[in-house]
Write a protein that binds this ligand. Structure first.
Ligand SMILES: Cc1ncc(C[n+]2csc(CCOP(=O)(O)OP(=O)(O)O)c2C)c(N)n1
Length: 336
């Protein structure tokens, strides 16, 4: 906990608020899902909030972020407004992707938040492309790419690591190692379970950090970002974390014991930070209650905004579909 001593109380409270926004947003999503207002898949980030919040604190405006289908936390921490995100969850035209992305494909070009990707490992080559473009067109900007440890079994991961290293791309790899890829324990899928050591094969520096502690993640991410931004090439940051809920909304969770889940819940990043701030006089119960109230108000307004939003007519279904831009000849299979 030493690193925390270097952070001032306003910053600690800011981190707490950022994590609480994510936790409460998703808890409300569960209710909306049960009310069948959110449809499709819903992968929650419960327990992993310190990773998105800690890493995002180390980034700066103009940096790019690529995430996975478990990306509500990154989207909120990256600055996607909560009301636009909630409208997106409900499939409304007021959503950040006009309701066409939904939970798994949140996107916000203005904030350089480039998804949201349903394909495991799919964001990695995209992130390399963005980093390559930035290296030439926006010197100083870096890309942070979040992915689960399940993605490191994909070929795309190794191809991206290799090219990122060779081309010294301004790319921060952030592996959210929550120990399971759906029901697959990491030890059953990986010969090398110390995931950050994968970077050695690509001569890339790496670090493994306690992903249940926002300040520790922020400190490690700051070191990593400094390396990447200085032009020395990519960095691999493994954050050891845990998802408190099922993989998606429901699974039998036969792959882990209740005791294991409880042991990780005892390390809840929100509760740990709350307790630490109180014990060390970095916040009062009243201040924390005020933060909680403000988050509840923001959330209530976001839900009201989303519920009052518009469902686009079915006739508009093909609008924005790339196929519309393909010339008629090509569509019919005629060579151009
Ligand atoms: C290429 C590909 N293969 C398989 C799947 C099915 N799938 C969805 S999530 C998932 C597990 C991924 O685990 P991990 O990358 O560790 O992320 P986590 O869900 O733990 O955040 C799998 C195998 C997929 N979406 N894409």
């Amino acid at each position: 906990m030493n690193t925390r001593l270097h952070a001032d109380r306003a910053h600690l409270q800011h981190l707490y608020r950022a994590m609480l926004r994510i936790r409460r947003f998703e808890a409300r999503c569960v209710e909306l899902y049960q009310d069948r207002k959110i449809r499709g898949f819903l992968h929650l980030y419960d327990g992993e909030e310190a990773v998105a919040v800690g890493v995002m604190e180390a980034l700066q405006a103009g940096d790019a972020v690529v995430a996975t289908y478990r990306e509500h936390g990154q989207a909120l921490a990256c600055g996607v407004p909560m009301d636009r995100l909630m409208a997106e969850m409900l499939g409304k035209a007021e959503g950040c992707c006009r309701g066409r992305g939904g939970s798994m494909h949140v996107f916000d070009v203005q904030r350089r938040f480039f998804g949201g990707n349903a394909i495991v490992g799919g964001g990695l080559p995209v992130a390399a492309g963005i980093a390559l473009a930035d290296q030439r067109l926006r010197p100083g900007a870096i890309t942070a790419c979040f992915f689960g440890e399940g993605a490191v079994t994909e070929g795309a991961f190794h191809e991206t690591m290799n090219l990122a290293s060779i081309w010294k791309l301004p790319l921060l790899f952030v592996c959210e190692n929550n120990l399971y890829a759906m029901g697959m324990p990491v030890a059953d899928a990986e010969a090398q379970t110390a995931i950050h050591r994968k970077a050695e094969a690509y001569r890339m520096p790496s670090e493994s950090v306690d992903g249940m502690e926002a300040i520790a993640v922020e400190a490690a991410a700051a070191r990593a970002v400094e390396h990447v931004r200085s032009g020395q090439g990519p960095f691999f940051l493994e954050c050891r974390t845990y998802r408190f809920r099922a993989h998606s909304m429901f699974d039998a969770q036969g792959y882990r014991t209740r005791e294991e889940v409880q042991a990780w819940k005892d390390r809840d990043p929100l509760e740990r930070l709350r307790r630490w701030m109180l014990d060390n006089h970095q916040a009062t119960e009243t201040q924390l209650a005020e933060i909680g109230n403000a988050v509840e108000q923001e959330l209530a307004a976001a839900v009201a905004f989303a519920e009052a939003g518009t469902l686009e007519p079915v006739a508009d279904l093909e609008r924005y579909v790339l196929m519309d831009t393909v010339p008629q000849d090509a569509r019919e299979g005629n060579p151009a």
